[in-house]
Design a protein around this ligand. Structure first.
Ligand SMILES: *Cc1c(COP(=O)(O)O)cnc(C)c1O
Length: 470
């Protein structure tokens, strides 16, 4: 009998040919990444033209599809893996993490349940324990691997919402939000936009915003005042690493003030949490471990491929109540929490495995060196670029972020455009403290002293061109 999908009657499943093309194309991309122009050369429309727009009536061999994909898309890709890429907060990929990620795809383990894949769950649990240790957080915290810091934040705040309402005598898991006590959701003026999004997902509405200081840190006096002005369940969002200044909230003071008022404290540390892994930068996060939950990314500082965020919650039971799936076919084992009790998803890939691979490869001292290297590079850029005529460094460079500006917004925007078209360095335009800025976010593990020199030289060149064309 022949089934209609029987393409390989000789029994060959056909993995080799497309994987060979993928490996060759991946190597070509990776070997060119340090020298190719960083920005994409064409837009999405042209990429669609190159790929062919209409759904083919009949198919083509898998290897040809992969060849077409790689050749068609390449000019529309951005070289985020370049050591001179400083756009947004986007990290590169360590070789060991990429290789582990390939295995994750090949193994294709549904990592929602321990019974399905004890192997993948074991790797993720080890990675979780190591992370908590490395970041100096309470040892029995629960760790979930999410798609990014946004969903990690959502996961932590779901636990927060459950717990602060439970303390107020309201079981949100059964009763829902309507008719229950209002939650005061308090943030600093310079929180990341995804904090508001997590609040929206959870039905908390817009946050109450308290003032930040000139580096973007929440003002603890303003937080105290806000907390004293009301009562009832509250969630306070603090920040490790402001995206413009890199600054860290005063955790010791802010956590104490928030806990005095009975609030749950969550720390958004998408990239800044990693300061805790460095003995020389750890002072920036003093008091942070006193919070109730923390979210971060592995796909930024730790340099694993997209996508991997990390949700860490001190009170694991609150996390399980908020996120676990209840179903007769999902019997818990006697081995502890199930993966699906810690993240929004049930079925998902084993996205924590590349994190394990990087941690195993770098070790504790290697992670510290990685984080120190990013901060060193940021200081190097601030020193070098800050010395160029007419350039002002606007922030105190305490971590990985550098914001520069020229005398007026128009010139700053022109500098940014010039850098983009030159392609040697990519830094993004933003607005901070009511000024146009060019922001360097050092997030790539390959940004060493020589790359910093090239960066400063490229900015000097672009600056000359901006000046000479008026
Ligand atoms: C990047 C970032 C986020 C969001 O993380 P995603 O991984 O993009 O979901 C949240 N907060 C801060 C401070 C960030 O830098």
């Amino acid at each position: 009998m022949v089934f209609s999908h029987d393409r390989h009657p000789d029994g060959d499943p056909g993995y080799d040919a497309p994987l060979d093309v993928a490996a060759r194309q991946a190597r070509a991309w990776l070997s060119g990444i340090r020298e190719r122009p960083i920005p994409p050369r064409i837009g999405s429309d042209e990429v669609k033209d190159r790929l062919g727009r209409s759904l083919p009536e009949s198919g083509e061999p898998a290897a040809d599809v992969i060849e077409r994909l790689a050749e068609g898309v390449e000019p529309g890709l951005i070289a985020t893996g370049s050591p001179r890429f400083y756009g947004w907060v986007i990290g590169g990929t360590q070789p060991v993490a990429l290789a582990a990620d390939w295995l994750v795809s090949a193994w294709d383990q549904n990592t929602g349940l321990r019974t399905i894949t004890p192997g993948a769950v074991a790797v993720e649990e080890l990675a979780g324990e190591w992370l908590v240790d490395l970041l100096g957080l309470p040892a029995d915290s629960e760790v979930g691997f999410t798609t990014g810091a946004t969903t990690a934040q959502f996961s932590c705040m779901a636990a927060a919402r459950d717990e602060v309402l439970r303390r107020a005598g309201w079981d949100v898991e059964t009763a829902g939000l309507a008719g229950g006590p209002a939650i005061r959701f308090i943030v600093g003026a310079e929180r990341h936009g995804t904090v508001d999004l997590a609040g929206r997902y959870l039905g908390l509405g817009s946050p109450t915003v308290v003032a930040s200081d000139e580096q973007g840190c929440i003002r603890v006096d303003a937080l105290r005042q806000e907390l004293a002005s009301g009562s009832g369940p509250a969630i306070v969002l603090l920040q490790a690493g402001n995206i413009h200044s890199g600054a860290f909230d005063d955790f010791a003071a802010a956590v104490a003030v928030a806990h005095e008022a009975g609030a749950w404290v969550h720390v958004d540390g998408a990239f800044g949490l990693w300061a805790a892994a460095s003995p020389s930068l750890r002072h920036l996060v003093t008091g942070m471990a006193g919070a109730d939950s923390w979210s971060t990314d592995a796909h930024k500082t730790l340099s694993v491929p997209y996508d991997c965020g990390i949700a860490i919650v001190r009170d694991g039971r609150a996390m399980h109540r908020a996120l676990s799936v209840q179903a007769s076919y999902l019997q818990a084992t006697r081995f502890g929490a199930e993966p699906h009790e810690k993240v929004p998803e049930l079925s998902r890939r084993a996205r924590g495995i590349p994190t394990w691979a990087v941690l195993r490869s770098l070790g504790r001292t290697g992670v510290a060196r990685l984080v120190d290297g990013l901060a060193d590079a940021a200081r190097g850029i601030a020193d070098g670029v800050g010395r160029l005529p007419g350039v002002e460094v606007l922030n105190d460079v305490v971590f990985t972020q550098v914001c520069i500006a020229l005398d007026d917004d128009r010139a700053t925007a022109a500098l940014s455009e010039r850098l983009w078209s030159d392609g040697e360095v990519l830094a993004m335009t933003s607005r901070w403290r009511d000024r146009a800025v060019v922001r360097f976010s050092v997030s790539n593990w390959g940004t060493d002293a020589s790359q910093v020199s090239r960066t400063v030289a490229a900015v000097a060149r672009a600056l000359d061109e901006v000046r000479s064309t008026g």
